[in-house]
Design a binder for this molecule. Structure first.
Ligand code: HQG
Length: 187
């Protein structure tokens, strides 16, 4: 049932990215939580959740927001954390020449002054395709795509990481590496 899985995905994002304490859960520094403890805590908080539903939501999630550990016992959010207890030790890797960031047109003046900042999250989120950037930007209003000269940044010493689900992460993008596209130029 779609609604149920969407609700469950939102619930998992909430406890695994932002507020594990809400259900008495502890995340380790890599973001992992014990699945059985999470289900127990969720049930005590009045949330209908079982092992099958949790694993279905993880498997079918549109953005692969969650990962399950190799032994099948733990779960984490791939990215998007605001909780300070989590600091996933991603390996720094070389990015493609260009990465994309979708945002709303109203944020452009500020972004072109300050660069891209992580805001509440731990990283600036980038994608390797324009389509994803477009849908991310649409969440906040009229979308616009920013092109990030990722390879040039990398060559100047900026670190890039890739989350379990393929989202590219970096700490900050200075304006010199940004150009914005007109959304009407979208193929
Ligand atoms: C903007 C979703 C003004 C930035 C997506 C964005 C992504 C600035 C907003 C993930 C700024 C932050 C993250 C500046 C950045 N001045 N605005 N200097 N710098 N911004 O939601 O990248 O569905 O925290 O452009 O798929 O939109 O949650 O970041 O519009 O991967 O799984 O400030 O969230 O995934 O918004 O999205 P967010 P985001 P989930």
């Amino acid at each position: 049932m779609k609604t149920n899985t969407t609700e469950t995905s939102k619930f998992l994002s909430y406890v695994l990215r932002h507020n594990p304490q809400a259900i008495g859960l502890t995340l380790d520094s890599e973001g992992w939580a014990d699945i059985a403890t999470l289900i127990d805590g969720a049930r005590r908080a009045g949330k209908a959740l079982d092992d099958t539903l949790l694993r279905t939501v993880v498997r079918d999630n549109d953005k692969q927001r969650f990962s399950i550990s190799g032994d099948g016992k733990r779960i984490r959010a791939a990215q998007g954390h605001t909780t300070e207890t989590v600091a996933i030790s991603h390996t720094a890797i070389t990015p493609p020449a260009t990465l994309f960031h979708g945002t709303a047109t109203r944020f452009i003046p500020s972004i072109m002054q300050e660069g891209l900042k992580p805001g509440q999250r731990q990283h600036v989120h980038l994608s390797d395709n324009r389509q994803t950037a477009m849908s991310v930007g649409q969440r906040y209003g009229a979308p616009v795509i920013l092109r990030v000269a990722a390879k040039a940044m990398h060559e100047q010493g900026f670190a890039f990481y890739q989350a379990d689900n393929g989202v590219w992460l970096t700490s900050h993008v200075p304006t010199t590496f940004l150009t914005h596209e007109n959304p009407s130029g979208l193929a």
